[in-house]
Design a protein around this ligand. Structure first.
Ligand code: PLP
Length: 396
């Protein structure tokens, strides 16, 4: 018999994955063009052509044994140095290769840092709604996620609420900016307030509280909005980054952690994370992809594609009477269920072949998430279905 924990995971499944699979089934039944799948955050913009060119060049020009071999658990020193230099240029930081650990995407990075930091029974705060896998990643190491509500503050963190939730048991706060699922971007003023709360609580309780910045959407920000670099605001910040969305490489599993020298116990955390990478079975991040990142450090995705989708979908749905949070980042639209029941709303949407995910899966009941990293034409085709849904709810 399998473990009780995994049994529960199998039984509960993933609402997003289930929806995605339902989409495939419906596409087979009704035709792909008649199904409007907003379920999954899979980038619709192809990876930059430089990525494919780099893969060919690297495999042709690098000694094959060296290219495909084992390495330092933290990754290639040259790749880590290129990333450190890049961050220093962008953010005025002072990282070196030793502060960077290459990871198997953001998911790998989060698991590595949580394994490094958590003792069983530790609490990890996260502003809700949040990426639901946080619950599983934290539970992997015997910790528990404590949701910090933001719904009464327009989905912006409220420092007073945060302060009231920090206890002696708090080991970390995960902050995801730009945010999945709300599309909200936390500005510098809010980050400063969060940092003040954490500094105050660290002193008051005599503990270290690590802020884990989960940043796969860092570059996906619109209207010129600034996404603050969090190590500059709080000494105990660890950044988890991924190229899954920023270079459209989610299947390649490549990202990194930044562990600054300013961290409490920095040396131990840096050494511990390399060991955690090894013993979790990642061993090291994919070697070819590390080389690709080194070669493509200045490449970026075409954010205009998502921006065009964002504007059209937001404007169309608000015109129909739906209440939406105006997204400033990531590629998600967070829409209020008109009667407050997100599960019933996503079920009703399915009747019109609209696949949208109920918010309670993100600890955000009463709302649904639409991933607009899809073809623009699909959005256009889907508007009559939203019209019918709006009519059903008496909106228009
Ligand atoms: N964190 C957030 C907020 C995400 O939305 C995702 C993926 O959608 C991840 C982490 C995991 O990203 P990766 O594919 O890089 O592991």
């Amino acid at each position: 018999m399998i473990s009780e924990n995994v049994k529960k995971l199998v039984e509960n499944g993933s609402a997003i994955r289930a929806m995605f699979e339902e989409g495939a089934r419906m596409a087979a039944e009704f035709g792909k063009e008649n199904v409007y799948d907003y379920s999954l955050g899979n980038p619709s913009v192809p990876a930059p052509k430089e990525v494919n060119e780099a893969i060919i060049k690297i495999t042709e020009e690098t000694d094959s044994v060296a290219l495909h071999g084992y390495m330092n658990n933290a990754g290639y020193p040259s790749t880590r140095q290129v990333i450190a230099d890049h961050l220093n240029k962008l953010h005025g930081t002072a990282f070196s290769a030793k502060n960077i650990l290459m990871t198997v995407g953001a998911a790998g990075g989060l698991n590595v840092i949580l394994k490094t930091l958590l003792n069983p029974g530790d609490d990890v705060l996260a502003f809700a709604p949040y990426f639901v896998e946080y619950n599983n990643y934290v539970a992997n190491f015997g910790g528990k996620v404590i949701p910090v509500q933001t719904i009464n503050n327009g989905f912006m963190p409220d420092p007073a609420v945060l302060e009231s939730m920090v206890t002696k048991n708090t080991k970390a706060l995960i902050i995801n900016n730009p945010n999945n699922p709300t599309g909200v971007v936390y500005p510098e003023s809010v980050i400063k307030e969060i940092a003040e709360v954490l500094v105050k609580k660290e002193k008051e309780l005599g503990i270290s509280i690590y802020m884990i910045a989960d940043e796969p959407y860092r570059e996906l920000a619109y209207d010129g909005v600034d996404v603050p670099y969090l190590t500059k605001y709080y000494h105990n910040t660890i950044v988890g980054y991924s190229y899954s969305k920023s270079l459209s490489l989610p299947g390649e599993r490549i990202g990194y952690l930044v562990m600054p020298d300013e961290l409490d116990d920095a040396e131990m955390i840096i050494s511990g994370a390399a060991v955690a990478n090894r013993v979790l079975g990642f061993v090291n991040a994919p070697s070819l992809q590390q080389r690709v990142i080194e070669a493509c450090i200045d490449c970026s995705t075409d954010v205009n594609v998502y921006d065009k989708n964002r504007k059209f979908l937001y404007e169309s749905l608000t015109k129909l009477g739906f209440e939406c949070v105006k997204p400033q980042g990531a590629f998600y639209l967070w829409v209020k269920a008109p009667d407050g029941d997100d599960v019933a709303f996503s079920a009703a949407a399915k009747k019109y072949h609209l696949l949208i995910v109920a918010g309670r899966g993100f600890m955000g009941p009463g709302y649904v998430r639409l991933a607009y990293c899809v073809d623009y034409d699909m959005i256009v085709r889907s508007i009559p279905a939203f019209e019918a849904l709006a009519k059903e709810y008496g909106l228009s």
